[in-house]
Design a protein around this ligand. Sequence first.
Ligand code: PLP
Length: 352
Amino acid sequence: MNSIPEPPPPSLRLRIDTQALADNWRALDRLSGDAAAAAAVKANAYGLGIAQVVPALWQAGARQFYVAHWSEVPASLAHVPADAVSVLHGPISEEDARFARAAGVRPVINTLLQARRWLDAGGGACDLMVDTGMCRLGLAPEDLADEAVARLQVDTLHSHLASADDDCPQNAQQLGRFREAIARVPAKRRSLANSAGIALGADYRFDLTRPGLALYGGVPRSELAPHLRQVAFPQARVLQVRRIGAGDKVGYNATFAAQHEMTIAVVSLGYADGYLRAWSGKGTLECEGRVLQVLGRVSMDLVICDAGQVPELAEGDWLDVRYALPEAAAVSGLSQYELLTSLGSRLERASA
Ligand SMILES: *Cc1c(COP(=O)(O)O)cnc(C)c1O
């Protein structure tokens, strides 16, 4: 068999501003007051890439990292010690529990079954999640009296806020229930606040905060906006430039028809890259500050845009995709979480 040469660089990339990432973490750590800021890096660091994100956050000073899946552990352990990693989805099988012990990472125990499974596997330091009213993962408050919970060696007692990005009574209600849980479970540390929770005030911060979205430039509450910068910058190359005339129809289902002659660019960016149909007719690309509006539907692996402002545009040129998260969410109707985590694997992650 012939040896296959290294393929040339891809036609789209995700520039990660690691300086902005580190600054965002430092700002959130500062805003956390006496509490330390950890970092939620599940889902490949919200799509940005564990390999780019985790070392930058460690260097900035983060000492606790949260992944969701066991499969996310090895990539994290390439950059940080095992006792700095917790696995949010917990041990749902004996195999998970054995893996946690062998790797030295902490499982987050979410159910009584998980607690018993962890103890049966030999136990050791773990985290414990209590549900305070989101009905997502975590033990019900009444389960905390179980003898299995008493036998756990709890490093961090967690709960998670459902609506911290919103001013609603649920936040104070969850805080009250978390305080009751704290009174019942001895633990080294306590942690409640996600990114938005950090802005809810000192009562919500406890020993450790767990920002995710805001690290990556997401703005869940306006109070945080002045402290955060964009981190993820998608860029894509022009594959073709064409002239079209009045009446020519563009893209899937011909939802755009030219009214007059125009120059359009066909760009290497589409559904599999996270540029979903929500961007049809709404997305904006840029070339040195000049705007290229998306025309018609995103059409599988491609978008077509109006290149009228950029007369010199040529095949192979790079364009910036406008992706400042609060604005991008407002324009696309996608959440800031979706905008990050859907960024596809074909974008080459590059720290810069
Ligand atoms: C994802 C996650 C976070 C981070 O939440 P953001 O809203 O992204 O800041 C914190 N804690 C838990 C348990 C999570 O699952």
